[in-house]
Write a protein that binds this ligand. Structure first.
Ligand SMILES: CC(=O)SCCNC(=O)CCNC(=O)[C@H](O)C(C)(C)COP(=O)(O)OP(=O)(O)OC[C@H]1O[C@@H](n2cnc3c(N)ncnc32)[C@H](O)[C@@H]1OP(=O)(O)O
Ligand SMILES: CC(C)C(=O)C(=O)O
Length: 519
């Protein structure tokens, strides 16, 4: 077995890092991240992300590849004009023209990428090992002469002949490169390979690591690199990048802080940064993504919710505020009594043990149908279980609908606050006509989206009672309401009017001023 992390005979592994070790980040969201298919950031979007990276104290920002074209150079210039604290760099192939184009964008540094593996040297670039070494030496000296910070990357380094890679990197370092970088370009290496390659480079000079996630080993290889002596990690926000992406900056930052006390960025800036990148790139955050996913600090299952209510730290490795987030307890199929009681108490609703059991059962039933149980759903269930009448803003008083022969028509009488409103509508069928009539009676108060509409027959036969369940949303609020009747049009309109009423109530509730401490 390979003794990767230097375990001693007592089976206690040597720590990868100590809290006084210094590790830095180079963010390549704007270069490798943008290379993910379909992403193209505008100058303003790059500037916005770069500012957010700078606020998070990320010391190196690779702003793009100046060789790509004039549009890209404009985006890089926009970033270099911001006067950030970070060192702003551009990617450059191992050719003088690319370094000149980078200089033309006023960057502080270049990441010079030269072919590292035989495949890249012979088949891609069509050169020789000796030429790569000579060209690299010349180019590093040229870039240094022009005042640039220089990192030299041996592309496809993890598949390179290690003796050659070492020779190439030594030549680059001797020519004046500030840093060397190990690149697992196709994300094929395991941690043992990574460790042995990085260890050889780190013996030469300061070494960075650039890992990809094709085998899901991006982060493992960062650890192997740090254990082997690397002290700078290339990463992208949300892990976006070529193919399966790069190692995620937010994950590296929190993991090094949590496991070793090594700080690499301002952690409480990470969530905003992640959202900004998701928005600008159009690559949404997966809900289960570490640190920044919707579910990272959300608890639904009863056992977890109960534990969390007893002690915040029960089911979380670190408090959500550390990374600029908040904890959420939500209800669904896996809810238990403690979570439901806490949610009701938050809305000032007290229930007996018996009522609580009935509410939990209804919450689970809603969850069983694959529904997210919202606050409005919970309050509707509790009211029903407790047989409480609530103040309503909108109520269906009367409905008539006709569909025989000509165009289906319907008229409704609604009570809206203390006023009665009557309206009629036409539609493709009686339900559609009745919904049109409701919209016409309510005007802007009916501006809501019907997210789902579901009909179930509760009893058999042509006199069956049907239950109509609608899910509607308005702004940030969403509600699921069911109504039953022998008349499907009546059940549908009842459910929709009740849903609209609850959405309007939720909105009104939200706009109430918060109670003062001594209220
Ligand atoms: C692993 C990585 O992420 S590498 C970075 C990937 N980034 C990019 O590709 C940036 C966007 N690219 C582009 O806009 C274009 O590819 C350009 C402008 C760079 C080049 O465009 P073109 O001149 O049309 O060349 P094309 O894209 O077809 O081929 C790439 C060329 O770069 C050469 N090249 C590739 N890597 C290197 C390197 N490390 N050093 C020197 N030359 C290289 C190739 O040999 C090929 O040259 P050839 O045309 O003489 O065969
Ligand atoms: C340019 C280099 C660092 C790269 O993106 C890679 O090798 O994956």
């Amino acid at each position: 077995m390979v003794d990767l992390f230097g375990g001693n005979p007592n089976n206690t592994p040597t720590s990868v890092l100590d809290s006084d070790d210094r590790v830095q980040l180079l963010d390549t969201t704007l270069r490798d991240g943008e290379q993910a298919p379909g992403i193209s950031l505008t100058p303003d979007e790059k500037a916005d992300i770069a500012r957010a990276l700078d606020r998070a104290d990320v010391p190196y920002i690779e702003a793009g590849s100046a060789c790509t074209g004039e549009g890209e150079r404009e985006t890089i210039r926009k970033v270099t004009s911001l006067g950030l604290d970070a060192t702003v760099t551009s990617f450059a192939r191992g050719v003088k023209r690319d370094v000149d184009l980078a200089l033309d964008c006023d960057v502080d540094g270049v990441t010079i990428v030269v072919p590292g593996s035989d495949k890249h040297i012979e088949r891609k670039v069509g050169t020789t090992h000796d030429e790569v070494v000579e060209d690299t030496e010349e180019l590093v000296a040229y870039a240094k002469d022009h005042g640039l910070w220089v990192e030299v990357i041996g592309e496809d380094g993890s598949r390179a002949d290690l003796d050659f890679l070492e020779r190439l990197m030594r030549a680059a370092y001797d020519a004046g490169a500030d840093r060397l970088c190990y690149a697992d370009t196709v994300g094929h290496a395991g941690p043992e390979t990574t460790y042995s390659y990085v260890a050889r480079l780190a013996d030469i000079g300061p070494t960075s690591t650039h890992t990809h996630d094709d085998l899901g080993l991006g982060m493992t290889n960062v650890y192997a690199s740090l254990a082997a002596g690397a002290d700078l990690v290339h990463a992208t926000v949300n892990g976006i990048g070529e193919r399966a992406g790069n190692v995620a900056l937010e994950e590296v930052a929190i993991a090094l802080s949590h496991c070793y006390g090594v700080e690499t960025a301002k952690l409480d800036e990470l969530y905003e940064l992640a959202q900004k990148v998701a928005m600008a790139t159009g690559v949404p955050l997966p809900p289960n993504k570490a640190v920044v996913g919707e579910n990272a600090f959300t608890h639904e299952s009863g056992i977890h919710t109960d534990g969390t209510l007893k002690d915040d730290t029960m089911y979380e490795p670190y408090p959500p505020e550390t990374v600029g987030r908040e904890r959420r307890l939500v209800l669904g199929k896996h809810a238990g009594r403690a979570g439901v009681r806490a949610a009701l108490e938050e809305h000032g609703v007290d229930v007996s043990e018996e009522e609580l059991a009935a509410v939990v059962e209804r919450v689970k039933a809603l969850g069983d149908r694959g529904k997210r149980v919202t606050d409005a759903d919970l309050l509707a269930i509790a009211e029903d279980v407790q047989g409480r009448e609530r103040d309503r803003r909108v109520e269906l008083v009367d409905l008539t609908a006709a569909s025989g022969g000509g165009t289906p028509t319907a008229s409704v009488r609604l009570r809206v606050d203390d006023e009665e409103r009557v309206a009629s509508g036409t539609g493709s069928g009686p339900v559609d006509a009745a919904v049109e009539a409701v919209r016409s009676a309510l005007g802007p108060d009916a501006d809501a989206q019907l997210d789902s509409y579901h009909v179930d027959a509760i009893t058999g036969g042509t006199d069956a009672v049907v239950t109509v369940e609608v899910e509607m949303s308005r702004g940030d609020h969403s509600v699921t309401v069911a109504a039953s009747d022998a008349d499907i049009t009546r059940a549908s309109v009842d459910a929709m009017v009740n849903a609209l009423d609850r959405l309007l109530q939720a909105e009104a509730e939200e706009s109430k001023p918060a109670p003062q401490a001594d209220d």
